[in-house]
Design a protein around this ligand. Structure first.
Ligand SMILES: Cc1cc2nc3c(=O)[nH]c(=O)nc-3n(C[C@H](O)[C@H](O)[C@H](O)COP(=O)(O)O)c2cc1C
Length: 209
């Protein structure tokens, strides 16, 4: 019996601590195929997926990811309040996990990098991120841990050069993937009442009892 989709969505968390054990190609193919099930504008399927296992490439890109975390994103998050639905303790755990990923992302056995040669705008992103979410859900369904990461884009040119992307091709994320060290658990989010409006901006939506 396949996993219930809603349960899968509710437990598709960022899994930042990964074992070095290899992910078989047949399993990875299931993840990539789920990505290509996603919609794209005009069904153009302009996405391209770079699978990276090469240690030298991962090491070179990880250098920029680490700098992005340690010099910019880490200090910024540490001085900000916890996000909606979180607590200072949970936020501290998240920062610890994010720092762990920053220091170990090159050890993830495989990365998927979704790319496109369309001009990088909201519209082009709208044809890439549905595939990304499908792949995250597929990873969860297969018991693989993954995280959508973009902070390496703080050093976009350097990181994309290290990835060897040709002129005009841009990456939209790095998904480090591997078998998770910890357990999957529920995602923490703000309640609907805080994020859904009815007819007018700011007017509360009446959730059913
Ligand atoms: C657009 C986007 C960019 C993100 N970039 C990073 C990143 O660079 N590094 C990281 O560790 N997590 C990154 N995340 C993961 C979020 O921090 C995570 O989804 C969020 O804290 C909620 O936690 P959860 O996924 O465990 O429910 C990103 C998520 C999104 C949607």
């Amino acid at each position: 019996m396949p996993a219930d989709l809603f349960e899968t969505m509710r437990s598709t968390r960022s899994m930042r601590r990964l074992k070095p054990d290899p992910v078989p190609d047949a399993v990875l193919a299931q993840v990539l195929e789920a990505g290509t099930c996603a919609p794209s504008g005009g069904n153009m399927q302009g996405w391209r997926f770079l699978v990276v296992r090469d240690q030298a490439v991962k090491d070179a890109v990880a250098h920029w990811y680490r700098r992005g975390w340690h010099e910019i994103v880490g200090p910024r998050y540490r001085s900000a309040p916890p996000p909606p639905g979180s607590t200072p303790e949970r936020q501290a755990r998240l920062l610890e996990a994010a720092e762990h990923l920053a220091d170990h992302i090159h050890e993830a056995p495989v990365w998927i990098i979704p790319c496109s040669s369309a001009p990088a705008t909201r519209t082009s992103g709208a044809s890439i991120y549905p595939a990304v979410q499908n792949m995250l859900l597929a990873c969860r369904a297969l018991g693989l841990g993954a995280t959508l990461t973009t902070l390496y884009l703080l050093f976009e040119q350097e990181a994309e050069a290290a990835l060897g992307l040709p002129e005009g091709v841009h990456s939209y994320a790095i998904l480090p993937i591997g078998w998770p060290v910890g357990k999957f658990g529920p995602v923490r989010r703000a309640p609907l009442a805080e994020v859904v409006y009815q007819d007018r901006w700011g007017s509360a939506w009446q959730a059913p009892d």
